[in-house]
Design a protein. Structure first.
Length: 487
C-alpha cells in the first residue's frame, strides 16, 4: 500500500481548496464565527480543520471512502487485518471491545489492575467479571500484569467465559507475556482483547516490547494520543482472526460512539501513521537512546531509583517499555505525588504519573535535547531540594492480599441497587455501590459489588489525607462510602 497517502488529510486539503461553504454543523462554520479571543489561544486552524466527514470531507453517500482508506492504511502499517478509528478515546474503545466479546450475564476474564473504564464497561453491559489478579511486586509496591498460568487457571475454573481482557503495558511500563496469554486463550478457543492504550508506538521499532497483533492477540486497542502523535481522544481498534466479529465490533462502536466524530482526530491519526511508516524507526531509535541517557543520569542522583530492565523477571514481568522513565522517590522522604507537585510548582515540569512511591515521565519521538535537559535539570533540583518539601501524613499501603476483595454482587447489580451512605468507620463489611479510584492512574481500589474492608478504608483515608485525588467516589474525601442498602 502507498503509505505516502493520507486520505483524511488529503480530503481536508481538498475541502479547503474548493472553498466549500457549509450550512450544517459545526456552527462556527470553519472559524467564521469563532470568538477571536478563543482563536488567539487555540489557533484559527483548529476551527478551519473542524469539518464533518459527511458532506464535508466526503459526500452524502461517503462514496470517496475517505475514512475506510485511512483505516486500511493503518491496518497495513501495524500488521492487523482490520483497523477502526475511534474519536472517544480508549476509555470508550475498551467498552466497545468488551461488548463485542461478552454480553449481559456472560463471563469475561479481566485483569484486576484494569483502568476504571473497564469497570464502567462491566457496569454498562452487565457482564460477569472473572478477575485475574495481577502479580504484585512487594519491593516496589507495584502491580504487574497476570501471567499465562493465571489465565489458564481461571479459564479452567470458568470454561464458559467468553474471552480475556489483558492490560499491557501498565501505566508504569511493565508488560505482560501477551503471546503466552494469547496461546492459553486460543487453547480454550476464546479471544484475547489487549488494552494496549500505552502501546501505540510498539509496532514501529524492534527494541520495544512485543506488539499485541504480532503476539497473536485477537483485538488490540491503542490510545495514539498517549505515546503517539495524534491529538487527545484518538484511539484505534486493531483486529485479526475470526474470534471477534468485525460486524459486531462496528455495531457496538456505533452503539456507544459519537455520531459527530472529530475530523481533527481522524486527520492526526492518519498523519501519525504516515510519519511512523516513513520515519518511525529513526525517531524511536533516537527516543530510546534519549530515555537511556535520562535513566542513567537519574540513577546517579541521590534518592532517586529509576526502574529499568532489572524489573523483568520470570513469573513477574515479561518485558518493560524503556520509554517510560519510572523513578521511585521514597528515599527522598517524599511521595511521588509530592514530587510531582514540587516539579510543577518550582520547575514548570509536569510528569505523566505519580503515586505514593514514584513518578513517571514518558519519552516519545517528540522529545529533543532541550526537553531532555529540562527533565534532567528538574530531577537534579528535586534531589537537591526535597528536604524543603513539607512532610505529610504517611499513606498506609495495603498488602497484596488486602487488595483482592470479595466480589459479593455483580458490579452492575451493585451500582444500580438502592444505596446507603455510611461513615468510613462503618463501611467495612458493606458492599460497595461505587467505584473508588486513586487518580492517576485510575485503577479502582474498590469496584461496585466488592466487599469493603478495614484495610482498604485505612489506605484510602490515609491517601486522601496525604493528597491522593479520588474523583469518582460519591464523596471524594472518602469520609463516607456509597454502599448497597441492606434489606
Amino acid at each position: 500500500m502507498d503509505h505516502s497517502r493520507v486520505p483524511v488529510l488529503e480530503a481536508l486539503q481538498e475541502f479547503r481548496r474548493r472553498g466549500d461553504v457549509v450550512f450544517g454543523p459545526p456552527g462556527h462554520k470553519q472559524g467564521r464565527g469563532a470568538d477571536p479571543r478563543v482563536a488567539d489561544i487555540v489557533g484559527i486552524d483548529v476551527f478551519r480543520s473542524d469539518v464533518l466527514s459527511l458532506n464535508g470531507l466526503d459526500d452524502r453517500r461517503q462514496s470517496q471512502g475517505v475514512l475506510g482508506q485511512a483505516q486500511d492504511l493503518m491496518a497495513d502499517a501495524v500488521g492487523a487485518e482490520q483497523a477502526f478509528f475511534s474519536t472517544c478515546g480508549s476509555s470508550l474503545s475498551v467498552k466497545t471491545a468488551m461488548l463485542a466479546v461478552a454480553g449481559p450475564g456472560e463471563k469475561l476474564l479481566l485483569s484486576r489492575n484494569a483502568h476504571k473504564s473497564v469497570i464502567a464497561a462491566v457496569v454498562v453491559n452487565g457482564v460477569e467479571p472473572i478477575w485475574v489478579h495481577p502479580k504484585f511486586d512487594a519491593e516496589r509496591h507495584l502491580a504487574h500484569p497476570p501471567e499465562p498460568d493465571d489465565v489458564r487457571r481461571r479459564l479452567r475454573e470458568h470454561p464458559d467465559a467468553k474471552g480475556m481482557l489483558l492490560i499491557t503495558p501498565t501505566d508504569w511500563g511493565t508488560c505482560a507475556d501477551v503471546a503466552g496469554v494469547a496461546r492459553v486463550c486460543h487453547e480454550f478457543d476464546v479471544p484475547l482483547i489487549v488494552d494496549e492504550a500505552w502501546g501505540a508506538h510498539l509496532p514501529f521499532h524492534p527494541g520495544l516490547p512485543a506488539w499485541g497483533m504480532d503476539a497473536e492477540a485477537d483485538l488490540v486497542v491503542t490510545s495514539v494520543h498517549k505515546m503517539g502523535g495524534a491529538i487527545e481522544q484518538s484511539s484505534v481498534f486493531h483486529l485479526q482472526y475470526d474470534r471477534v466479529s468485525p460486524e459486531a465490533l462496528k455495531q457496538r462502536e456505533d452503539l456507544l460512539g459519537t455520531t459527530s466524530a472529530s475530523s481533527l482526530v481522524y486527520a492526526t491519526l492518519d498523519g501519525w501513521r504516515r510519519q511512523m511508516v516513513e520515519q518511525g524507526h529513526g525517531l524511536l531509535e533516537a527516543a530510546l537512546q534519549r530515555a537511556e541517557r535520562v535513566r542513567t543520569a537519574a540513577g546517579d542522583l541521590p534518592g532517586l531509583r529509576p526502574m529499568g530492565r532489572e524489573v523483568v523477571k520470570e513469573g513477574l514481568v515479561a518485558d518493560f517499555d524503556p520509554l517510560k522513565i519510572v523513578i521511585d522517590v521514597r528515599e527522598l522522604g517524599v511521595s511521588g505525588m509530592q514530587a510531582a507537585e514540587w516539579l510543577r510548582a518550582h520547575r514548570h515540569v509536569d510528569v505523566g504519573g505519580s503515586d505514593t512511591c514514584r513518578i513517571s515521565a514518558s519519552i516519545t519521538h517528540a522529545d529533543d535535547d532541550e526537553t531532555e535537559e529540562v527533565l534532567l535539570s528538574a530531577l537534579r533540583a528535586l534531589a537537591a531540594g526535597a528536604d524543603s518539601i513539607e512532610k505529610r501524613p504517611p499513606v498506609h499501603l495495603p498488602g497484596p492480599s488486602d487488595l483482592e476483595l470479595e466480589q459479593a454482587l455483580l458490579p452492575r447489580d451493585a451500582f444500580f441497587a438502592p444505596v446507603d451512605h455510611v461513615p468510613a468507620e462503618r463501611a467495612a463489611g458493606r458492599i460497595a455501590a461505587e467505584t473508588v479510584s486513586p487518580y492517576p492512574p485510575g485503577v479502582p481500589v474498590v469496584a461496585p459489588g466488592e466487599v469493603i474492608t478495614d484495610e482498604v478504608v485505612e489506605y484510602l483515608r490515609s491517601g486522601v489525607e496525604h493528597g491522593v485525588l479520588i474523583t469518582d467516589a460519591a464523596d471524594p474525601s472518602v469520609k463516607t462510602f456509597r454502599v448497597v442498602a441492606r434489606d
